[in-house]
Design a protein around this ligand. Structure first.
Ligand code: PLP
Length: 353
C-alpha cells in the first residue's frame, strides 16, 4: 500500500509552538466554548431568545443529531430542500415563517448566504451559520466561515484529533436576550487518552485512517471476548439521537490545545488530500460534489456521489491508499421517508474521525 505523507498526517497533525491562534478569527464578535457543536447551538438559540413553539428552518440534508438542540428547546422544525449540487432552494419558494434559519457550510465549502440574508430581512429572522465542518475556511471574499451570520457554530473536534471542542460565535451586531451559559475550560485528563475512542485514535491513528479501522476491529473483538456480546450496531429508527444531546461536559481549553497545531501545515494537508483524492477517483464511477477548490476553502473531506453498485470498487481504490469513505448524513426520520435519491448517495472520504 502506498500512502502519501499527508494521509499519514491525518491523525498526527503537524505541531508547532505558538501555532494556530483563535483571536484573529473571532475578534469581530463574541465567542463561547463548548464540548459539542450541538451544545453550542442549544445555548446560542437560548441566548437569541428563541422559545418553545418558535420555528426554525433547516436543510433537509443534515445529520439528524443536529435536531436534538432544537427538540430540547421545544422548537418547531421546518425544512428547505437542496438541489443535486446541495445548493439550498430558497428563491421563489413559499417557505414557512421562522425565527431563525440555518445555513450549512457543507464540508468546509462556503454556502452562498445571499438568499438566506433575503429571507432574514423579509421575516426578521436570525441567520445561523452551521460551520461545524468549516474551521479555517474563508469565503472567496476572505470572510471567515462561521462568522458571517448572527450566530455561528464550530466543531473543532471534526477537523482536529481532539476528544471534544466546539464554539459558539455571535456577531457584534446581534442583541442577546441573555448571556449564554458556558462551563469553564478544562485541561486534558485520562479520558482524553484512555476512552475507547481516544485509544483507537492514539494507537490506530498512528497508521492513518486504515489503522483506525484495524484498531476499531481489535477493540470490538476484545470487548466481545471479555463480555461475550457483540457490540450492537446503531438502531437507525431510534428517535433518541434527534431528541437528546450527550451530557454536557466542560470543554477542553481550545485556545491552549489548538495553539499546538500548525495552521499553515494543516491547511496545506487538507488542500493536498483533497487534490490527491480527486486524482485518485478520476475515472471511477462517481461524481465529485466539487471538482475544484474555490479560493480560501480549506476542505474538511472529499465528497462525491456514488450508486450502491459502484461504491464497492471505489472503497477498494481508497483502501489501497489507506483511506476510507462513509455515507453521510444519517438523515432526520422526517426527511428519510420521501428523500430524493441524491440525499442518500453522498459519500465522504473521511479524514479525522
Ligand atoms: C453539519 C453539522 N453540524 C453540526 C454537527 C454537530 O456537531 P457536534 O457533533 O460537535 O455536536 C454535526 C455533526 O454531528 C454536523 O455534521
Amino acid at each position: 500500500m502506498i500512502r502519501s505523507k499527508r494521509v499519514n498526517q491525518v491523525y498526527r497533525p503537524i505541531k508547532k509552538n505558538a501555532g494556530l491562534e483563535l483571536d484573529p478569527i473571532f475578534n469581530n464578535g463574541r465567542v463561547y466554548f463548548y464540548s459539542l457543536g450541538r451544545w453550542a447551538l442549544f445555548h446560542g438559540l437560548q441566548a437569541l431568545g428563541l422559545e418553545a413553539g418558535d420555528s426554525v428552518l433547516l436543510p433537509e440534508f443534515i445529520c439528524r443529531d443536529l435536531l436534538a438542540p432544537l427538540n430540547k428547546l421545544g422548537l418547531k422544525i421546518h425544512y428547505y430542500s437542496l438541489d443535486k449540487n446541495l445548493n439550498p432552494q430558497l428563491k421563489g419558494i413559499d417557505l414557512p415563517v421562522a425565527k431563525a434559519i440555518i445555513a450549512v457550510n457543507y464540508f468546509g465549502f462556503a454556502c452562498d448566504l445571499s438568499p438566506f440574508r433575503e429571507y432574514c430581512k423579509h421575516h426578521q429572522a436570525f441567520l445561523i451559520e452551521d460551520n461545524a465542518h468549516g474551521f479555517l475556511s474563508k469565503d472567496p471574499d476572505g470572510n471567515w466561515l462561521g462568522c458571517r451570520g448572527d450566530l455561528g457554530i464550530f466543531s473543532f473536534r471534526k477537523t482536529f484529533p481532539l476528544s471534544d471542542g466546539a464554539a459558539l460565535y455571535f456577531s457584534k451586531e446581534v442583541e442577546l436576550v441573555k448571556e449564554p451559559m458556558s462551563l469553564a475550560p478544562r485541561e486534558k485528563s485520562s479520558r482524553d487518552f484512555l476512552s475507547p475512542k481516544e485509544l483507537i485514535r492514539n494507537v490506530g491513528g498512528f497508521f492513518g485512517p486504515s489503522g483506525i479501522q484495524l484498531a476499531t476491529k481489535c477493540l470490538r473483538l476484545a470487548r466481545k471476548v471479555v463480555s461475550g456480546k457483540e457490540i450492537s450496531s446503531a438502531d437507525h429508527d431510534d428517535p433518541a439521537p434527534e431528541l437528546e444531546i450527550p451530557t454536557e461536559l466542560a470543554p477542553l481549553d481550545m485556545k491552549k490545545y489548538l495553539s499546538e497545531f500548525d495552521s499553515v501545515e494543516e491547511t496545506a494537508k487538507r488542500l493536498e488530500l483533497f487534490n490527491e483524492i480527486g486524482e485518485l477517483l478520476k475515472g471511477q464511477d462517481c461524481r465529485p460534489l466539487h471538482s475544484s477548490l474555490p479560493s480560501n476553502c480549506v476542505p474538511y473531506s472529499f465528497a462525491f456521489f456514488s450508486s450502491d453498485a459502484a461504491i464497492g470498487r471505489i472503497k477498494e481504490v481508497l483502501r489501497k491508499k489507506g483511506l476510507e469513505c462513509f455515507n453521510w448524513p444519517e438523515l432526520p426520520l422526517a426527511v428519510r421517508k420521501n428523500a430524493p435519491d441524491i440525499y442518500n448517495q453522498l459519500w465522504l472520504v473521511r479524514w479525522v474521525w
